[in-house]
Unconditional design. Structure first.
Length: 752
């Protein structure tokens, strides 16, 4: 198979140029994965590079498997020897081998987010802090952000700016919690997800012999979705490549949408500054979407200032215009979208799996779900409760983890009284306090319980210790499945679930059986060289949300957030809730950088579509228990008007929503009167939001004042309505006609 013949000229150049720093800017639908996989295949087949000397880093196990399978079709089984996987899985592999240099056991536990938050909750309680102030979720995110910026707890406590921020946010003990959390994780022989990156960087900084070893071993590094990397990931990659500089990064700055996870778009924007002799290749031909969709997306992203220049184009058909659906309410929006999906499916002989509904926030799915159910349309919500997050699954996994690592505090707390064995929370707290006060492990306390604990719980603790000594032997002598089955049975978990004959109990029992099936499948997989329980648990702990989507029912519409949709494609895409303060989010309007990330998110939504895209907004929406008037998103104005049309077939203004009473009718008629009486806005405007735009205090707003709005530009207040709970102002804008705005939400700068 001549793989080079399958590539266009730009793709081929990106594949065959293998030496030195390289950046491949890959537009949406431009064949990025093909270029990355064939580049690796080319290194092995044509350049004679040993796969053991190539590292390829991705963000999901699913992407890594797809790439490995493609490479294997070109070079054969040698592809299995690549250092290929997610950042976390590859770096965990390095840390397993070098853990002793950092003072960790080789079988260290990997805490998931729930484990980390549970430990933080206990620490907050032990420190006597108010959980309403120090919310575990907020504390976790603060610590995670620090680690992603390579800030240790020591550096955190020594940083007056960080400590000042915490004090001003009424959380002055945040640094102390970070310190305690880091120390407890270390003592428990555990790392959280962020530690897998943070500690790899620490390993290479503090142990140059380890860095030198991997610099010689890894001769070529390739990074997928480079725009999504954080500072820590980039620093590690730079260290690994500093000897040969054979680094190839592939990504699209226009699809950088994960700043909330720590992703730093400057990594890709400033990459050339770090590597002056960088060779850049641009993949600009889109193979996914119609010309209309590509041009509409281009017109949107063109409004961003911070971007790498590129011109995305396609040779595909022109296709239909982008269709805009206007609805009176969020419930009406759901009905219109469901109706549209049904009719499009019937007219064009499509499957429901060809359709996706995308939204900015998870809560928006409710109205869509209700509408689909009323029309008997099956759907699946991506991003719900993961299989591995179910209670019964986490219970058994905690048993398996503690059998391998008896210092694991999070697992200990979860299983010590499960099934019930007469060991209450007070006894558990005594055990943890004794371990901390005497500087010993929890396991040491348990093995010498009579020195610390008295009463009826003592016998139960002795039985617990005896049981786990037996489990330890099982993990050493047996493979992952046999050991797991013995632990599930010996712990009493299987029996307790089996004896619960309720519907929920049967479901939980089946879920545990499914976990055991997964372990058996892992052990029977010929590609898994390590069949141990530790190897299985590491793989499970690093599963990502996309890796778990196994629902392939061809007759289901997909519902998901836009963040979840990145990397996917569908024939028909519906993007709902295109309203100001919802999309763009009200939380993302304090700076140009935030607004531009929201616009990139919209760009990602549009570019998921192959054949058709529908955009919708509602004029009213219930938010936080109150009915709010909404205005269309500024992003709708970003689309070149040549590529968009207002739907007449599915217009929410043509029929009242399914609500009873005069309110619904008056609401619709009022909106229609407003639309008829308001002068038609101009389709173009020369106004650009200034970088120093700062809203004024609107409590002093009066009729006749000249104001400025970040979307509508300049205007004059022609009427004030202060009769209701929310003050409103009718403003005649120079370029957009009359608008009535709620002053509790509108951002206005007063000029007189």
């Amino acid at each position: 198979m001549d793989y080079l013949e399958q590539l266009n000229e730009a793709q081929r150049e990106g594949v065959v140029h293998t030496e030195g720093p390289t950046m491949i800017i890959a537009g949406a639908g431009s064949g990025k994965t093909r270029v990355l996989t064939y580049r690796i295949a080319h290194l092995i087949r044509e350049k004679g590079v040993d796969p053991f000397n190539i590292m390829a880093l991705t963000f999901t196990n699913k992407a890594a498997k797809e790439m490995r399978d493609r490479i294997e079709t070109v070079v054969g089984a040698e592809a299995r020897n690549l250092w290929m996987g997610t950042f976390h899985s590859v770096f965990a592999r390095i840390l397993r081998a070098e853990a002793n240099l950092l003072g960790y056991p080789n079988n260290f536990t990997i805490y998931d987010t729930d484990d980390s938050k549970s430990l933080l909750k206990n620490i907050i309680k032990e420190l006597g802090l108010d959980e309403a102030v120090y919310k575990p979720n907020v504390v976790y995110n603060r610590i995670s952000a620090a680690k992603n910026r390579l800030i240790s707890w020591q550096a955190y406590l020594a940083n007056p700016e960080l400590m000042g921020d915490d004090a001003s946010n009424m959380r002055p003990e945040m640094g102390k919690i970070y310190k305690t959390y880091a120390q407890r994780c270390f003592k428990a022989g555990a790392m959280d997800f962020d530690d897998l990156l943070f500690n790899t960087d620490k390993l290479f900084n503090e142990h140059l012999e380890a860095l030198n070893k991997y610099q010689h071993r890894i001769q070529y590094v390739l990074v997928d979705e480079f725009q999504d990397t954080n500072l820590c990931q980039y620093f590690i990659v730079r260290k690994l490549c500093s000897m040969r500089e054979n680094i190839c990064v592939v990504g699209d700055d226009a699809q950088s949408i994960y700043a909330f996870r720590g992703a730093d778009i400057t990594n890709i924007l400033n990459f050339e500054r770090d590597y002056p002799d960088l060779k850049i290749f641009k993949l600009e031909q889109n193979y996914r979407s119609t010309q209309t969709i590509v041009e509409a997306a281009n017109s949107v992203i063109r409004k961003n200032r911070a971007q790498l220049p590129k011109n995305i184009w396609t040779a595909n058909e022109e296709g239909n215009l982008v269709e805009l659906i206007k609805a009176v309410s969020d419930n009406e929006e759901g009905r219109l979208v469901a109706t549209s999906i049904f009719e499009e499916k019937m007219q064009h002989q499509l499957k429901f799996s060809d359709f996706v509904v995308l939204y900015r926030t998870n809560s928006q799915s409710r109205a869509i779900e209700e509408a689909l159910r009323r029309m008997n349309i099956k759907y699946k919500v991506v991003g719900g409760l993961s299989f591995y997050q179910r209670k019964e699954i986490k219970d058994l996994l905690a048993y398996l983890r503690f059998a391998l690592n008896q210092n694991d505090e999070a697992s200990f707390r979860r299983i010590i009284n499960l099934p019930k064995r007469g060991i209450g929370d007070t006894t558990v707290d005594k055990i943890v306090v004794a371990a901390n006060d005497h500087g010993i492990s929890i396991w040491d306390v348990l093995q010498n319980a009579s020195s610390f604990i008295s009463g009826r719980a003592l016998a139960a603790i002795d039985e617990f210790v005896t049981m786990f000594k037996r489990f330890q032997l099982e993990t050493q002598r047996k493979d992952a499945y046999d050991a797991s089955y013995e632990i599930a049975k010996g712990s009493g978990l299987l029996r307790e679930l089996y004896e619960d004959k309720t519907v929920e109990g049967l479901s939980r029992y089946e879920n545990v059986q499914e976990l055991l099936n997964a372990i058996k499948e892992y052990v029977d997989d010929p590609e898994k060289a390590d069949k141990s329980l530790g190897a299985f648990l590491q793989e499970v702990s690093l599963i990502t949300g996309q890796d778990e989507d196994k629902d392939k029912d061809p007759e289901k519409v997909t519902l998901m957030t836009i963040h979840m949709a990145k990397g996917l494609e569908f024939k028909y895409v519906y993007v709902v809730g295109l309203e100001e303060d919802l999309f763009p989010s009200q939380m993302m309007l304090s700076s140009r950088a935030e607004l531009e990330e929201e616009r990139r998110l919209f760009y990602v939504a549009i570019t998921r579509a192959q054949k058709r895209i529908f955009l919708s907004y509602a004029l009213t929406r219930y938010r936080f228990g109150r009915l709010k008037n909404c205005e269309p998103s500024r992003f709708l104005d970003d689309i070149d008007q040549r590529f968009i049309k207002v739907s007449t077939k599915f217009s929410g203004l043509e029929s009242a929503p399914r609500a009873s009473g005069n309110y619904a009718r008056s609401l619709v008629s009022g909106i229609q009167r407003t639309l008829k009486s308001t002068p038609a806005p101009k389709t173009t405007s020369s106004y650009t939001t200034p970088s120093d735009f700062t809203p004024s205090d609107t409590t002093v707003l009066k009729e006749g004042m000249r104001v400025e709005h970040p979307k509508f530009g300049y205007g004059k207040v022609i009427h004030m309505d202060e009769s209701g709970a929310d003050r409103k102002a009718k403003i005649a804008f120079d370029d957009f006609g009359e608008k009535t705005l709620l002053l509790s939400f509108a951002k206005l700068r007063i000029h007189n």
